[in-house]
Design a binder for this molecule. Structure first.
Ligand SMILES: C[C@](O)(C(=O)O)[C@H](CC(=O)O)C(=O)O
Length: 301
């Protein structure tokens, strides 16, 4: 039964309780509401809503061109179609600390369970690219304080992301990231997202330095190696996101299908790899509607 019954506050409370119990939670990125249904059906712990994916979906680079309204609308569409908690990428918070406050309340209203705010300057860039700049520590902590003060549901998870690691090579980069992480926790952050960690030891060092959950970004083709759930759990990580993984997989499959139609004149050779009509209908579950019912549909709760 996929039809969504959990309320936003239920989802936030569940997320909080599972993190407090020390569990490791895996959140694949949902590129649309339907993929969130699939993530839930496969038994994952939550869904991630990626800024890179929302931007790419609109054909835009991930440099903060999307507006709060666009991000909140898409997040709401995804969050309401699943019983799982959804965590959304709020980039730099869409402006000054005052804007961050409004961002938090708008995302709460969209029904998500939490979000992360990062310390990059505007325009921001993908965390795994070189040449990023970050704001000073005072500005970074102000963003988090504004976020924490603005939330109305105390269970809404405010995560602080720091991007300092990618801009500083060597041990100095890690040390600066750890100092920032501690200051962001002091400012009220409920979790830390240390972006672009190079290896497991770096995740371990951050997790040991703070007493809140640490998030690992397992994005492909980036600066971090792809570690397993068990490796990350052993390093003390509690939230693992796979932000662009499903979009990349789906687009990879779409390219192969388009090539096949161009080359052979039909998609027949790839039908075996496609999601079937019956499986699609299973995921598109709403109010007990049965697509294969031959009777005219009347509402049957
Ligand atoms: C996590 C991230 O911010 C996202 O938008 O999903 C990106 C992911 C990516 O571009 O691979 C990031 O900056 O890491």
């Amino acid at each position: 039964m996929l039809y969504s019954h959990a309320t936003p506050s239920d989802k936030r409370a569940t997320l909080r309780a599972r993190l407090a119990a020390g569990e490791l939670l895996q959140l694949p990125g949902a590129f649309n509401p339907l993929s969130a249904r699939l993530i839930e059906d496969k038994g994952f712990d939550g869904v991630y809503i990626s800024g890179a994916v929302i931007s790419a979906d609109l054909g835009l680079p991930d440099i903060g061109l999307t507006t709060l309204t666009e991000v909140a609308t898409r997040s709401g569409q995804i969050a309401r179609m699943t019983n799982l908690p959804a965590l959304v990428d709020a980039d730099t918070g869409f402006g000054e600390p005052m804007n961050v406050a409004r961002t938090i309340q708008t995302l709460e209203d969209a029904g998500v369970a939490g979000c992360h705010i990062e310390d990059q300057v505007n325009p921001k860039r993908c965390g795994h690219l070189d040449g990023k700049a970050t704001v000073d520590l005072e500005t970074a902590t102000q963003r988090i304080r504004a976020a924490v003060d603005a939330r109305r549901d105390p269970n809404f998870l405010v995560m602080a992301r720091t991007d300092v690691r990618a801009s500083l090579d060597g041990p100095a980069g890690l040390a600066t990231a750890i100092d920032r992480a501690k200051a962001l926790v002091d400012a009220g952050a409920d979790a830390i997202f240390p972006e672009a960690m190079r290896d497991l030891a770096e995740f371990e060092a951050v997790a040991a330095a703070v007493d809140v959950p640490v998030l690992a970004n397992m994005t492909e083709f980036g600066k971090s190696e792809l570690f397993t759930r068990d490796q990350l759990a052993a390093a003390g990580v509690q939230i693992v996101i796979y932000p662009v993984t499903l979009l990349r997989s789906a687009m990879g499959a779409a390219e192969r299908t388009l090539d096949m139609i161009r080359e052979t004149g039909t998609q027949d050779g790839v039908v075996g790899e496609m999601q079937t009509r019956a499986r699609l209908y299973e995921l598109v579950d709403y109010a007990g509607y049965n697509h294969f019912d031959t009777e005219i549909f009347t509402y049957r709760p």
